[in-house]
Design a protein around this ligand. Structure first.
Ligand code: ZN
Length: 221
């Protein structure tokens, strides 16, 4: 159920039954030669929709822009500052509180540490509402993948092959060696960090199932 498709009277009815909502958060950033700028939002929205189907919790419209410093400088990456993201999210969460919601589950499709920290801080500081980041990036997928999840990698590409095959230009996918400059990943030519050539739709299906099952447990407790 998508919250924005409701009229306000229907939203009022929803709030008589339950007061929780799922909020997808993404980033508008490069994902190599083969995946669109929308990838993080696409994945977060798909996870939220499936969770909604299984639990009845409504899905709020996504927050598109995130903090994505490591992909800065590639055409199409548009980020906001860490503090701006935090304060915008806090304000959105308090907007939910004002509207009558008491719990917001945040699902991010983008995983840089600073981005996730900004979400967690916003969730902690928001007044009048219990907000919680459902962070599936810390789950163990090692039995499903041959390479470590990084960016536009085997994991993300597999998920997109399963969720949005029409958006994947698999012929253009390029594996890139990972190198660090200090503690920052060195930029790669294609913008990939990892091995998208290992991606398959089947892996994406299994990954998606595991992600949704993990989060389903988290929202049901
Ligand atoms: Zn991504």
């Amino acid at each position: 159920m998508e919250l924005v498709n409701l009229t306000w009277k229907e939203a009022e009815e929803y709030l008589k039954k339950r007061r929780d909502v799922l909020l997808p958060v993404g980033a508008v950033e490069e994902h190599g030669y083969h995946l669109p700028l929308s990838t993080d939002v696409d994945i977060a929205e798909a996870v939220c929709r499936e969770l909604s189907r299984r639990t009845g919790i409504g899905v709020a419209p996504a927050v598109w822009y995130g903090y994505s410093r490591s992909t800065r400088g590639y055409a199409g990456t548009v980020m906001v500052g860490r503090e701006e993201l935090k304060s915008y999210l806090r304000s959105i969460l308090e907007g939910f509180a004002e509207s009558g919601f008491t719990r917001v589950y945040i699902v991010s499709g983008h995983f840089s540490n600073d981005h996730l920290r900004a979400i967690e801080e916003a969730a902690e500081e928001a007044r009048g509402v219990e907000a919680q980041l459902l962070d599936f990036s810390r789950a163990d997928f090692s039995d499903l993948l041959e390479s470590k999840p990084l960016h536009a990698c085997e994991a993300e590409t597999s998920l997109m092959l399963f969720l949005h095959p029409e958006k994947v230009k698999m012929k253009l996918a390029r594996d890139e060696e990972i190198a660090y400059e200090g503690d920052v990943l060195r930029k790669t030519e294609s913008g990939v960090f990892g091995r998208p050539s290992l991606a398959t739709r089947e892996k994406g299906k299994k990954l998606f199932e595991r992600i949704v099952s993990e989060l389903e447990r988290a929202v049901r407790v």
